[in-house]
Design a protein around this ligand. Structure first.
Ligand code: 6A9
Length: 774
């Protein structure tokens, strides 16, 4: 019996990591229950494509190439947003998250404008029409270009699609029927310019992850009848045979239109159940409808952000619309299973299959959901459309397991998985990520309390047990040795390669912490996150009329400035700091491989960089690393308005030898020994100098707060507020003008954009800075 009990218990521990939280689901409506958000540009990682919020959706998308630049290895063929494509720029210029969008893609001087408009009707999410217009400056007028528009099935989609062929085997449209959509037709028409060639492909692809490859392999060179001209064309029907000799059904149908620039095509999707359609959403009707939506959008944009009335120029307003639209326009709908692991599982195990509706940090480099990024995205999205944001929050909270853990990175579906190197896929249930959804919830309560309670009381009420569970997960699994201290898990104490072992869980990756990870560590940022979370929990509990005492006590305890100072104020450095087993005397050095290995192999083994510790570490404040981490008691507004610590922080913030630059605050002080240091031979400094916009936004917000409460430092908070805000806005706009992109970070010596781009995740918070909404 004892053995049986033991094995039962083991099994129980093993399965906790992938057992869903056992309360009621937070999201109430999905799929066709929300008809007006059924269709959308929910494929964050493609230049253009629509799909539905159905786990098994029909997907549509765009590919293109210039025959003159197409290479055998596939270069020149565009589909997924890739930095390697080196486009001049691309972004949604206008997008409301619901009904329409206008995007411009610039592929060296050729401009591809993709717009779409949706039209409600019937029982399956209605109709939509998209336009793809190609134009260019003089030098490329008349040049050939091929646009490919496709329709495909996501893994598991039930139904059929087929190519409708007209004269000369020309594809006139696509027809189909799926479980989620019922019957539909899609027409592709030229509306401006001349078509040189028209071809199609109907085939079976093994998955969305290889669409480009499937299409690329079926390109042929053909000579047109009666002319010598050669064209790259699609191979027509390419259907493998089933064992019984019948053709397999296609799950991918592509139309290729080769035209001479400029030209424009129109793709119209019509839902079979939309029987009362008065007029088609095509031609002039499309132009007019789009115009109407654009006007409404501009009005709402001014209503919400008031940038014109604040004196911004038309150009600056257009910039802000782009930054906002590309965030909301790259919201994705993903479905699949993540890989998760706990100490009780042998290796990674699959999480339950689940959907995720979420914005993404970057369409090119990370087109998937990230937990703490999403709390920042939520600020801007909430300001625009509370319902969309609540839907996003609910989806994330439904990914919580029975322990109260939500994985940090969500890699769901074939396309998402294809973009992530194997070693980054598995998520560990010991690991946290800052609970930034409390920022979003706090923001909602502050700016939208009435609407929230009027229309979404029930949702908030349903969310509440999950919030409690999540809070308590943080407050139990992330605690430190001493009471009221906290420690990020997930640092590698055994590594010999990292100059300072990373803390990915904190979101600040390589930001230097104690040189030797140990249980004695205490992290000031995490402590502040939990203090902040407790404060917001108090507020939510009060709003919903639940007992709030427990949270209030925790909040007060963790916000007690005396205790905070005792645990985290370094008297030496006069700054808030982590505490732990630390020495600054570490270096990376090239180490020759041991002679034994050299002899065994005739291949030369390269010498490798290793960390050398030149002094024994000791327990102390990690106070030579002034930077974002030191600012947390300030940015999360835990420091008392009259505390001398506040005075010191405000003073330090203005010091150009530390964090201050004309472009925003750098992440780590110039004086820190690890400033701009590589973490390994290959890991360039990330949070060790560059300027990041999420933390800058929080700093501006805190400066705004302290400039509005009475205290001795009110004036200096105000000065900081004004200048920091101005610097950030100026530089982000200037870099956009210069490079065409919003960036993941900005370099602290010249303000140049760095890292992945476009990055319209938290960098798009520049819109809230412009609008002064905090
Ligand atoms: C690596 C490479 C095609 C790192 O914005 C998302 C996160 C932030 O949450 C975090 O704070 N970024 C920041 O430090 C990007 C993380 C990307 C990891 C994936 C795989 C894929 O190559």
């Amino acid at each position: 019996l004892a053995i049986a009990v033991w094995f039962g218990y083991r099994g129980y521990l093993e399965t906790r990591v992938n057992t869903p939280y056992n309360g009621e689901k937070a999201f109430t409506a999905s799929g066709l229950d929300v008809p007006d958000r059924y269709w959308g540009t929910y494929r964050s990682g493609v230049y253009f494509g629509l799909k539905t919020r159905d786990p098994y959706s029909l997907v549509t998308g765009l590919m293109w190439y210039f025959p003159r630049f197409l290479r055998h290895d596939g270069t020149g063929f565009r589909h997924w947003c890739e930095q390697g494509d080196e486009l001049d720029r691309y972004a949604w210029l206008e997008h409301d998250g619901r009904t329409f969008g206008v995007q411009e893609i610039v592929d060296n001087p050729v401009v591809i404008r993709t717009t779409f408009v949706k039209k409600p009707g019937g029982y399956h999410g209605g109709d939509w029409t998209a336009r793809i217009a190609v134009s260019s400056k003089k030098e490329r007028i008349g040049e050939e270009m091929s646009l490919l528009f496709y329709t495909a099935f996501e893994e598991g989609t039930k139904g059929w699609i087929k190519a409708n062929l007209g004269d000369y085997n020309r594809l006139t449209g696509i027809e189909g029927n799926t479980q989620g959509l019922g019957s539909f037709i899609i027409n592709v028409n030229l509306i401006n310019g001349t078509i040189e060639e028209h071809s199609f492909l109907a085939t079976v692809t093994s998955g969305l992850n290889v669409l480009k490859e499937t299409v690329f392999q079926s390109l042929r060179v053909a000579t047109q009848k009666g002319s010598m001209e050669k064209h790259v064309v699609l191979a027509g029907e390419q259907l493998p045979l089933l064992p019984e000799g019948k053709k397999q059904d296609p799950n991918l149908v592509v139309t290729q239109v080769t035209g001479k620039i400029p030209f424009e095509i129109e793709v119209s999707y019509e839902s079979g159940s939309f029987s009362s359609r008065m007029d088609k959403l095509t031609g002039n009707n499309y132009d007019e409808t789009l115009k109407k939506h654009r006007e409404l959008f501009s009005k709402k944009f001014e209503n919400v952000f008031k940038l014109k009335s604040k004196g911004y120029t038309d150009d600056e307003v257009a910039f802000a619309k782009m930054a906002f639209s590309n965030l909301i326009g790259s919201i994705g709908y993903f479905y699949g299973t993540s890989q998760v692991q706990s100490i009780y599982t042998q290796g990674p195990v699959p999480y339950w299959k689940a959907p995720l509706y979420t914005a993404v940090p970057s369409r090119s480099f990370f087109p998937r959901g990230f937990l703490w990024d999403e709390g920042f995205h939520g600020l801007l999205i909430s300001a625009w459309d509370m319902e969309i944001e609540l839907d996003i929050i609910s989806h994330w909270f439904d990914l919580m397991n029975v322990e109260g853990w939500i994985p940090r990175e969500m890699i769901l579906g074939q396309e998402a998985v294809a973009k992530v190197p194997e070693e980054f896929i598995t998520q560990f249930n010991t690991n946290a990520n800052p609970p930034t959804f409390f920022l979003t919830l706090d923001f909602l309560l502050q700016h939208k309390e009435q609407d929230l309670l009027k229309y979404n009381f029930q949702l908030l009420d349903k969310l509440y047990p999950r919030l409690q569970k999540w809070f308590s997960w943080f407050n139990t699994t992330q605690v430190g040795e001493l009471s009221s201290t906290y420690r990020w898990r997930g640092r590698d104490e055994k590594t010999t390669r990292e100059l300072n072992p990373k803390t990915l869980t904190s979101g600040l990756d390589d930001y230097p912490r104690a040189s030797h990870p140990s249980v004695a560590e205490r992290h000031v940022d995490l402590r502040c996150w939990i203090a902040f979370a407790a404060r917001v929990m108090t507020r939510i509990a009060e709003t919903l009329n639940y007992p709030s005492m427990k949270y209030q006590k925790t909040s007060q305890y963790l916000s007690d400035n005396n205790l905070l100072n005792k645990l985290h104020w370094s008297p030496n450095a006069q700054a808030y700091s982590d505490y732990g087993l630390h020495t600054d005397k570490v270096v990376l050095r090239k180490i020759a491989p041991p002679p034994s290995r050299k002899q065994q192999s005739n291949v030369q083994i390269a010498s490798e960089m290793k960390r050398i510790v030149l002094e024994n570490p000791s327990l102390k404040f990690v106070d030579t690393t002034f930077g974002y981490v030191s600012l947390f008691p300030f940015v999360l507004q835990i420091v008392e308005p009259d505390s001398p610590q506040l005075g010191k922080i405000l003073q330090d913030l203005r010091d150009p030898d530390l964090l201050w630059t004309k472009y925003g605050l750098r992440s780590l002080a110039k004086t820190s020994p690890l400033y701009m240091k590589y973490n390994t031979e290959h890991d360039a400094p990330y949070w060790r100098g560059p300027i990041w916009i999420n933390l800058n936004y929080l700093t501006v917000r805190a400066a705004y707060h302290y400039s509005n409460v009475t205290g001795p430092y009110q004036e200096s908070a105000k000065r900081l507020y004004q200048e920091l805000r101005k610097n950030l806005i100026q530089n982000i706009i200037m870099q956009y003008r210069k490079t065409g992109y919003l960036w993941e970070q900005y370099d602290s010596t010249e303000g140049k954009g760095k890292g992945s781009h476009p990055f319209t995740g938290w960098t798009s918070l520049v819109v809230l800075l412009m609008a002064e909404i905090y």
